[in-house]
Design a protein around this ligand. Structure first.
Ligand code: HEM
Ligand SMILES: *[C@@H]1O[C@H](CO)[C@@H](O)[C@H](O)[C@H]1NC(C)=O
Ligand SMILES: *[C@@H]1O[C@H](CO)[C@@H](O)[C@H](O)[C@H]1NC(C)=O
Ligand SMILES: CC(=O)N[C@H]1CO[C@H](CO)[C@@H](O)[C@@H]1O
Ligand SMILES: CC(=O)N[C@H]1CO[C@H](CO)[C@@H](O)[C@@H]1O
Ligand SMILES: CC(=O)N[C@H]1CO[C@H](CO)[C@@H](O)[C@@H]1O
Length: 571
C-alpha cells in the first residue's frame, strides 16, 4: 500500500514533466521553422496559476544567475508595460514565445497589425482561452466566437448609442458634483483613496446608465450609505467582490466556492456571485414587464438590450434573440469590461493631473470655453461633447502609456498554417498560434511619438494652430475652437482594439471621462497633500512616481495608489 502510494506520488509528477517536455519539444521545433527570434517560456502566458504566483517567484529567480535575462524579462505577466518599445529595438518587429502549451507571436509592426484587423472578420478572432473566465454568469458576447458571436454582437451594439451616451454624460456630471461635495466636506478636502473613489464613480455610472438606477456618490462612507439606494448598493458591493476575486473564481469555480467545507471568507465570494445573479435577474424581469406594459422608454443598457433582443426575435425568429442566460452574461460583461478598465485609467489620470497643474489649467480653459455657464443643468451633451479635445487628450495620453488591457490577442481560426507579412517579409505560422498585438510597443515607440515618447504629456495630442503670443481671453477661445485632435499613424494607438471586436464601450468610456473632467476641473483643481517638510515641487515628483509605478494584476494598475493623497481646492 505504502509503496504503491509512493510510486504514484513519484510517477504522477514524472509523467507530467515528461509530457510537458514532449509537447514543448514539438512546439519548439514548429516555432523554429517560423524563422523569428524565439523566447522560451516554461509556463504559458495565460496559465492562471502562473499569473497568480509568478509575481512572487520572479523576484527570487532574478537573484539566481540562470534565472536572469530573457526568462525574467519576458515571462513576467504584463512584461509589455515594463519593456515598452525596447524589445522592438533589439529583436525587430516580432518575436515568438514557446511553452509546452502554446506558440505565441508578439507583434509590433503596424502594417501586420492592420492586416490582422482587416482579415479579422473571416480568419482571425480572439482566442477563447482568454475569455473563459467571463462565463461566470452565462455565455456572453466576449466569450463566444464565429456565428454565435455575430448574432450576439449585433444585439449588443444597439444599446451603445447616442441616447445612452447622453445618460452617461449626465450621470458622470451628477456623480462628479457629488464627488466634489464629498471631498470638500472632509477634513482638509482630502481624497485619500483615489482608486476606491474612481471605482465607486465608475460603478455608479454603470448603475445609472447601465441599469437606469442612479445612486448618489457616497465614497463608501458609512454615514451616507444609509441614504444610498439599497438596491444599487448591494449590487455594487457584490460586483466589486466578484471583480476583485475574479481570478480565484476562475481557478476554483463559483460552485466549489460555496461548498459547505469552505471557510466563510471564501464562501462569501461564491455567495456574491449568486447574489449578483439574483439582482440582475430581478432587474431583467422588471424591465421586461415594463416593456410589456409599454412603459419603458428608458435608454439604459439593460432596457435597450432586452428591447433589441425582443425586436430581433420578432423580426428573425426566436433563435436571433438572446436567451435569459445570455442576457445575464452580457450584462455581466458590460460590468466586467467597463468597470476596472475605466476606473483604473481614471485613477492614473487623477494622479498625473495632480502632479501637473499646467495640464489642469489647460483643460479648465477648454471646459470654460465650451461650457461658459456655471450652471451644470445647462450643460448639453450633444452640443458640448464634440467640442472637447483637451479633455479627450488626457484620457488618450493616459491610455497610450498605461492602457489597463495592454494590447489584444488574436488567433487564426483555420486549421491550416497562416501566412503573415512582417516587416515586408512573409512568415508561415502554425495553426493555433496566438498573436499578441503589442499595442504598448507601438504606443510608446519614439519612431511615432518622438524622443519624449515615455513622458505623460496630453498636450502632444492637440495640433498646434496659428496663435499669437498675446493671451487675451478671445485669443484663448479662438485657439481652443481651432484645435483638432491628433490622428496618430495607422495602428499605433489602439487602446480599444479595432476591427469587428472593437470595444463597444469605447465612446461610453470617453463620454464618461470627459463628463467627469467637466464636473471636477471647470471650477476646481487638485494637488498633492504635502508631507512634513516637503515642498510642493517635491510632492509633485513623488506623486508622478506613484502614477508611473504600474503593475499587471488582472489588468494594469498603479501599485500603490494609496500613496497619492490628493486635496481638492476651488479655482
Ligand atoms: C478606458 C476604458 C476601456 C478600455 C481601455 C477598453 C478596452 C477594451 C478592449 C481592448 C477590448 C477588446 C479586446 C479584444 O478585442 O480582444 C474591449 C472589449 C469589450 N469592452 Fe471595453 N474598454 C473600456 C471600456 C469599456 C466600457 C465602459 C464598456 C461597457 C460599458 C466596455 C465593454 C466592452 C465589451 C462588452 C467588450 C467585448 C466585445 C466583444 O468581445 O465583442 N468597455 N474593451
Ligand atoms: C534572449 O533571446 C534572444 C532571442 O532569441 C537571443 O537573441 C538572446 O541571445 C537571448 N538572451 C539571453 C541572455 O539569453
Ligand atoms: C497658419 O497660418 C498660415 C498663414 O496664415 C496658413 O497658411 C496655415 O495653413 C495655418 N496653419 C494652420 C495649422 O492653421
Ligand atoms: C502552435 C502549436 O502547435 N501549439 C501546440 C503546442 O503543443 C500543445 C500540446 O501538444 C498543442 O495543443 C498546441 O496546439
Ligand atoms: C463556453 C460556455 O458555454 N460557457 C458557459 C456559457 O454559459 C453557460 C450557461 O450559464 C455555461 O454553462 C457555460 O459553461
Ligand atoms: C460579498 C457581498 O458584498 N455580499 C452582499 C451581496 O448582496 C447581499 C444582498 O443582496 C448582501 O447581503 C451581501 O452582503
Amino acid at each position: 500500500m505504502a509503496t504503491s502510494l509512493l510510486i504514484s506520488l513519484f510517477l504522477i509528477p514524472c509523467t507530467f514533466l515528461a509530457w510537458n517536455i514532449y509537447t514543448f519539444s514539438i512546439n519548439y521545433s514548429r516555432a523554429r521553422k517560423i524563422g523569428l527570434p524565439i523566447i522560451i517560456r516554461p509556463f504559458d502566458q495565460l496559465n492562471p496559476l502562473w499569473i497568480l504566483v509568478g509575481r512572487f517567484l520572479l523576484p527570487i529567480f532574478e537573484r539566481v544567475p540562470f534565472g536572469s535575462g530573457n526568462f525574467t524579462r519576458f515571462c513576467r505577466h504584463g512584461f509589455e508595460i515594463r519593456d515598452t518599445y525596447h524589445w522592438v529595438d533589439e529583436f525587430g518587429d516580432a518575436f515568438v514565445t514557446v511553452s509546452p502549451a502554446k506558440i505565441w507571436l508578439c507583434i509590433a509592426d503596424p502594417d501586420t497589425i492592420s492586416e490582422i484587423i482587416a482579415r479579422s472578420r473571416k480568419e482571425f478572432d480572439r482566442p477563447m482561452e482568454t475569455m473563459e473566465m467571463l462565463n461566470v454568469l452565462g455565455k456572453n458576447v466576449s466569450s463566444v466566437q464565429g456565428a454565435e458571436w455575430q448574432r450576439q454582437r449585433k444585439i449588443v451594439n444597439i444599446p451603445f448609442n447616442e441616447q445612452n451616451n447622453r445618460i452617461v454624460f449626465d450621470e458622470a456630471l451628477r456623480q462628479g458634483a457629488g464627488m466634489i461635495k464629498y471631498w470638500t466636506s472632509r477634513p482638509g478636502n482630502v481624497m485619500d483613496d483615489v482608486l476606491e473613489d474612481s471605482k465607486t464613480f465608475t460603478l455608479n455610472v454603470l448603475s445609472g446608465a447601465g441599469f437606469g438606477r442612479s445612486a448618489p456618490f457616497a465614497g463608501f462612507d458609512e454615514q451616507q450609505r444609509s441614504t444610498d439606494s439599497g438596491f444599487a448598493r448591494k449590487n455594487r458591493e457584490n460586483l466589486s467582490t466578484i471583480l476583485d476575486y475574479i481570478l480565484l473564481i476562475l481557478v476554483v469555480g463559483p460552485r466549489l466556492l460555496t461548498a459547505p467545507f469552505m471557510p466563510k471568507a471564501v464562501s462569501r465570494i461564491g455567495q456574491a456571485v449568486s447574489d449578483f445573479k439574483e439582482y440582475v435577474s430581478n432587474i431583467v424581469s422588471e424591465e421586461k414587464s415594463l416593456i410589456r406594459q409599454g412603459k419603458s422608454s428608458a435608454s439604459s443598457l439593460v432596457a435597450s438590450l432586452i428591447r433589441a433582443s425582443e425586436q430581433a426575435s420578432d423580426k428573425e425568429g426566436a433563435k436571433a434573440a438572446l436567451s435569459e442566460s445570455e442576457i445575464f452574461g452580457n450584462i455581466f460583461i458590460f460590468h466586467f469590461a467597463g468597470y476596472d478598465t475605466t476606473a483604473l485609467s481614471l485613477s492614473t489620470a487623477f494622479v498625473f493631473l495632480a502632479a501637473c497643474p499646467d495640464v489642469q489649467d489647460w483643460i479648465s480653459d477648454e471646459i470654460r470655453c465650451v461650457l461658459p455657464n456655471d450652471d451644470q443643468s445647462t450643460w448639453n451633451y450633444a452640443e458640448a461633447f464634440p467640442r472637447f479635445k483637451r479633455c479627450v487628450a488626457v484620457l488618450y495620453e493616459t491610455l497610450r502609456l498605461y492602457n489597463p488591457t495592454l494590447g489584444f490577442l488574436r488567433m487564426s481560426m483555420l486549421s491550416t498554417p497562416t501566412t503573415l507579412t512582417i516587416n515586408n517579409q512573409p512568415y508561415t505560422l502554425p495553426p493555433k498560434t496566438i498573436f499578441n498585438v503589442n499595442s504598448m510597443a507601438l504606443a510608446t515607440h519614439p519612431r511615432y511619438w518622438g524622443a519624449d515618447s515615455l513622458a505623460w504629456n496630453p498636450k502632444r495630442w492637440t495640433t498646434a494652430t496659428n496663435t499669437t503670443s498675446s493671451s487675451s481671453a478671445s485669443t484663448t477661445t479662438a485657439t481652443i475652437n481651432a484645435e483638432t485632435l491628433l490622428a496618430p499613424p495607422k495602428a499605433t494607438f489602439l487602446p480599444w482594439a479595432d476591427g469587428p471586436r472593437v470595444c463597444p464601450g469605447k465612446k461610453f468610456a470617453q463620454v464618461e471621462f470627459v463628463g467627469l473632467m467637466c464636473a471636477l476641473f471647470r471650477d476646481h483643481r487638485v494637488e498633492p497633500v504635502l508631507k512634513a517638510g516637503e515642498s510642493m515641487s517635491e510632492a509633485r515628483e513623488r506623486t508622478l512616481a506613484v502614477a508611473r509605478d504600474q503593475e499587471m494584476y488582472l489588468l494594469m494598475e498603479m501599485r500603490r495608489p494609496g500613496d497619492a493623497k490628493l486635496k481638492w481646492l476651488r479655482r
